[in-house]
Design a binder for this molecule. Structure first.
Ligand code: ATR
Length: 277
């Protein structure tokens, strides 16, 4: 396959209308004066394989993958990174010139880079992390935390079974905590991470009591609509170091853009503004 005249990328999901990824990638294309485009691709589950196999033949050099296709896409890819294998999901596809479809997962990278930038004094090895939620986002974050040397992960999920399953899969570093007990372990945390959809516009608020949080604890949310979730507002008022979730979205896009368009893009205030507009 030859390199297309105008390289294309996109985000594959269903629904896809609300995705902010095009704002980010189009901003970068313009900023670095690169030829290319990035589009939303609404694809039903039954069409996923034929679409993914066809895209490279119509000028696509890669794609992001989002709900509900992140796991199914692993069955289609020819090469899967160790990270994506471990997490059990991919969010980034690279269509190589030799025809190989490469799947990677950059969600953990996006999470970690966002928190390291927003809370530069956080030392992952210094103490336990409390993780709320045990869905797809939690998997990527737990793998990233373990990679970074976090000694203990206290994991609370409404459906306890799902947290137990993650412990069985990812090991003894995880301690499962009852959802209703989550507030009682916050005192031990050096970082608290909400990976649930609670607090998102249109969803219920997160109701875990936060009184146990110590000042200086890092608190971060994967929810970024609104940017200042109820959790982040309360934590900031208690003297915690808060990191909003938009940066995770922005940083997870960096490795894909670099592979597709040949330029490592920067995450800065102008990009945040462009994506929030
Ligand atoms: P994602 O891929 O974004 O992580 P997901 O896999 O659907 O999405 O996971 C959503 C997470 O939010 C889960 O941990 C879910 O808890 P359950 O496993 O009990 O479903 C959590 N969640 C969603 N709504 C919730 C609510 N009203 N109360 C508590 N947890 C909730």
């Amino acid at each position: 396959m030859t390199r297309p005249d105008v390289p294309l990328a996109g985000v594959i999901g269903n629904p896809i209308g609300h995705s902010r990824s095009p704002l980010m990638h189009k901003y970068w294309l313009q900023r670095y004066d690169l030829l290319g485009d990035y589009v939303r691709l609404q694809v039903a589950e039954r069409d996923l394989e034929s679409v993914v196999r066809t895209l490279p033949r119509m000028g696509f050099v890669g794609a992001n993958v989002t709900i509900p296709h992140k796991t199914a896409v692993l069955k289609i890819a020819d090469f899967i990174s160790d990270r994506a294998t471990l997490i059990g999901a991919a969010n980034t596809l690279i269509f190589r010139e030799d025809g190989i479809i490469h799947a990677d997962n950059t969600d953990g990278y996006g999470f970690m880079t966002n928190v390291r930038n927003g809370a530069p004094d956080w030392d992952p090895k210094s103490g336990p992390a409390v993780v709320l939620g045990a869905g797809g986002a939690a998997r990527a974050i737990i793998v990233a935390l373990a990679d970074a040397g976090v000694p203990q992960i206290l994991l609370a999920n409404r459906t306890r079974n799902k947290a137990e399953a993650l412990r069985a899969e990812f090991g003894q570093r995880i301690t499962v905590v009852d959802w209703v007990q989550a507030g009682n372990v916050l005192e031990e945390a050096v970082i608290l991470i909400n990976t649930t959809s609670l607090g998102m516009t249109g969803q219920p608020e997160l109701r875990v009591p936060l009184d146990g949080l110590r000042p200086g604890t890092v608190v971060t949310d994967i929810v970024y609509t609104p940017l200042q979730t109820g959790l982040l507002q309360k934590a900031a008022a208690m003297g915690c170091v808060t990191v909003d979730g938009l940066g995770m979205l922005l940083h997870q896009g960096v490795p894909g853009f670099e592979r597709w368009f040949g330029q490592r893009p920067e995450v800065d205030e102008a990009l945040r503004a462009a994506v929030l507009a």
